[in-house]
Design a protein around this ligand. Sequence first.
Ligand code: PEP
Ligand code: MG
Length: 595
Amino acid sequence: MPASRKKVERIFRGIPVSAGVCRGKVYVLVDPKDDGIPHYTVADEDLEKELQRLDRGLRETRSEILQVQQQVAETLGIKDASIFDAHLLVLEDPTLIEEVTLRIQREKINAESAFHQFSEKYATTLSNSKDEYLRERAADMRDVSSRILANLTGRHRLSPLADLPEPCVLVSHDLTPSQTALMDKTKVLGFITDAGSRTSHTAIMARSMRIPAVVGLGNISKELRDGQELLVDGYNGLVALNPTDQTLFEYGQIIRRQVSVEESLRQVREQTATSLDGVRVTLSANIESPDDIESVKASGAEGVGLFRTEYLFINRQRPPTEEEQFDAYQKVAIALNPSPVIIRTLDLGGDKILPELDIPQEMNPFLGWRAIRFCLAETAIFREQLRAILRASVTGNVKMMYPMISGLEELLQANALVEEVRQELRSKGVPFDENMEIGAMIEIPSAALVADSLAKRSKFFSLGTNDLIQYSMAVDRLNAKIAHLYEPTHPAILHLIHHTVKAGKRQGIWTGICGEMASDPSLIPLILGLGVAEFSVASASVPAIKHLIRQTRMSEAIALAEAALQCESGAEILERSRSYARKVAPTLFEHEKPC
Ligand code: PEP
Ligand code: MG
């Protein structure tokens, strides 16, 4: 290939949300709500090819319209079919072809962008006309335009996610958790999105599925085209378009080092999460479905610290029945017995939406009708789930917890409903564990502040730091623009965690953590030092976190946390914890690249 035609490497920086490196061909998904017209510069030597592409797009559209016209003529008659004559005329309009050609040549831009700019201007002028005939032509123009653009872009709708033609790197403006759950792991090598952040449920799903992912890349879905070569670095948030041999070589080394780190971490699989000075904590895994059981077992986790049951409800026509739920819960409980399985009651709402349940659209879904609020209103759904969980409680070591408790009232109401369901089961002679422990998630600042009163009515706490941080700092956990403000080590967050743990200890209950903060190796010494007794993380993160706990001296972690509680700066707290973690477990940080 002559030097001038060599593909140039471009590096994009985003937010790393799921570890790993992958390389593959781009497959762009278009959101149906998005007009998604790609815009890019075309090199001088490629302009001729771009004009040919325009010509091909127009010809394909012409034969498509002729075909439709033929079908309409056969079914509805010649008169109706003649409507399409106007569409064919648009395609042959010399002004249109001349204008778009000139734009491509002068502005050196791609055909679809040039066409879109012109057709929009043309359609707007027509629709503003006083002449009714011309106004109607605006609709023809837009109709033909959308056909031409679809042919030029060859872009795909979001629906075929479960059905991708070949292994690829998905590129999209955004992805919902339910779309991510549909991904075929053998086909999706990795994904990148314009929007998103580290604690969105999409990112959490990616980690759980071990798919490398980078989000918050701005406009990348508009810049990339199908078939381009891409490398995704989910450790550092880098994306390389047309990676050079040098880049591929460097990443080859990173991957090899990572494989050897993972091999060495296998040794801790059978060991306990015990600090160097003998303090043992519980290290469990977060799951979304019984399909995750094998990864939990393989990771060396001691059970499940968070079973996000809402994933049983999404991507289906109707909610699961009590029997279906019972089946899912008991499968996990039996497979992991005697290790504990903490089943979280339904946390629908926020970014986990279920169209079938007719939850109204809200201005602020994360502040809206979500989780326990939904369950306390839709008691039939809640009772059904409670029955299924209670019935499963005799099949293993099952515990249950409520999400999004904001204060005592909600906890009491939820407990009262549980008592009613227990009574119902007793009266029918259905067995359940009378002593099944029930805990509260602490993920709203108000709950942390009244933790003393909640602790009197709970058997344990689990810190949902993903939400605790978003609500304490007023930082939307999905918004890439403000992702830099989402600060787990903010002094306020430390004080809320500290306050919760102390309140729990006063009442003799333990506090765990199941938010993503617990998967960040840099923060483990700090969280340990704050007195958190149980960590629940994605299965993929279990070996690294266990290794770190085993390399930490609890007395030093406590000193670190005490010093951190005196600090006024989140950055300083992060630095202190990170440098301790790096000192005791340097191999876990080897894949980091300087910014
Ligand atoms: C959390 O908020 O930290 C949590 C674990 O719950 P989710 O991420 O499902 O909201
Ligand atoms: Mg939460």
